[in-house]
Design a protein around this ligand. Structure first.
Ligand code: NAP
Length: 329
């Protein structure tokens, strides 16, 4: 039973990781940015009893305080401002919260709990325009956003503090989804949109470029990988990905088909949502995680989307059946 700190416990990944750690019998302490009593209600029911501590990525002193008072044996650093386009609104602030906070955290670990094991959530966004696909741990990095630069700096920080003797592992995480993913991310927008069209709550779904490729996994699978990385005796970097690229068009067609609909009759491309196409398809090569850690994801792409559609259909049917249901629009 390890005393385990999870930053970002209120997020998608934190919720699955928290569940997996409790199943292992670990003592879970979650870091939240507001007062713990306010955050508790936002957590999934399974996590509402865990100890919560206040810590804000924007406040280095609060992060140092968390490490000094909790004295964790394991630390999963998941917290970050995660919506990539938003990192253009305040690039320096984004860099601080993604990378600067990681430096502060590792520095505090070195001073307070140097025997602790740490997992850092980096991102496939570090690869950007690297020109190689699929991408592995030694693929060159060319991030295309302030968020990507921050995640690259966090990845390099893992290497620096590892060379100083800390047990720091980093996950280079490709896209991962679930019914707990917020709607501002495309897959959830699509599954929720398809479910709402199928139940008469929405007339049509507006999307951007159908050609963009992503490598989508289930968040629970990736968090199982994070635990394997931390429990492995040698700290290292691992790509966690499905290894398969799927287009946005495939995602849309599948979600609508699972709702019994033809996507082309209900989906409209809005040019305002179309982003510059990536020069390099972001597809990961997870063979190192599979070989070294024995990591094997449970969910296929179709299963991830099916779980999300099923969840969103149940929500939409509840809403459509409720008295005073809004008209479609
Ligand atoms: P998420 O659902 O957006 O969760 C982010 C978490 O970070 C939330 O708990 C959020 O707290 C917390 N947070 C944000 N700003 C904070 C601040 N200033 N101080 C303290 N906490 C703060 O993201 P996720 O999908 O779980 O992602 C987990 C990690 O994996 C992130 O580091 C992300 O960058 C990385 N990652 C994710 C993906 C993916 O496809 N999901 C891909 C690559 C990398 P609130 O609830 O208060 O907002």
């Amino acid at each position: 039973m390890a005393r385990t700190l999870v930053t970002g416990i209120s997020g998608q990944d934190g919720s699955y990781l928290g569940e997996l750690l409790l199943e292992r019998g670990d003592e879970v302490i979650g870091m939240v940015r507001e007062a713990p009593e306010d955050a508790r209600e936002r957590l999934i029911p399974e996590l509402r009893e865990v100890e919560l501590v206040h810590g804000d990525l924007a406040g280095p002193e609060s992060l140092r305080q968390v490490i000094a008072t909790v004295k964790p044996e394991r630390i999963y650093h998941l917290a970050a401002p995660t919506f990539v386009p938003a990192s253009w609104t305040d690039p320096a602030g984004s860099l601080h919260d993604v990378a600067g906070a990681t430096f502060t955290l590792l520095n505090a670990v070195e001073q307070e709990v140097p025997q602790a094991r740490v997992f850092l959530a980096s991102s496939a966004e570090v690869f950007g325009d690297c020109g190689e696909s699929p991408q592995h741990e030694r693929t060159p990095t060319f991030p295309r956003s302030p968020y990507g630069i921050g995640k690259l700096a966090a990845l390099r920080a893992a290497h620096v503090w590892r060379s100083r003797g800390l047990h720091v592992s980093a996950g280079i995480l490709f896209n991962h989804e679930s019914p707990r993913r917020p709607e501002r991310f495309l897959p959830r927008k699509v599954t929720k949109g398809a479910a709402r069209v199928a139940t008469g709550l929405l007339d049509e779904l507006e999307v951007g470029d159908r050609r963009a490729i992503r490598d989508w996994s289930h968040a629970r699978d990736l968090m199982a990988g994070a635990i394997l990385a931390v429990e492995h005796d040698v700290p290292d970097d691992y790509v966690f990905a499905s290894g398969h690229g799927h287009s946005v068009g495939e995602l849309i067609d599948l979600a609508f088909r699972l709702c019994g609909l033809e996507a082309e009759e209900h989906v409209r491309v809005n040019p305002a949502f179309v982003r510059d196409p990536e020069a390099t398809a972001p597809v990961g090569d997870p063979s190192k995680a599979q070989r070294v850690l024995g990591w094997l994801p449970e969910f296929t792409f179709d299963q991830v989307i099916a779980e999300m559609v099923e969840h969103d259909l149940a929500l939409a049917r509840g809403e459509a059946d409720a008295p005073n249901a809004p008209p479609a629009g």
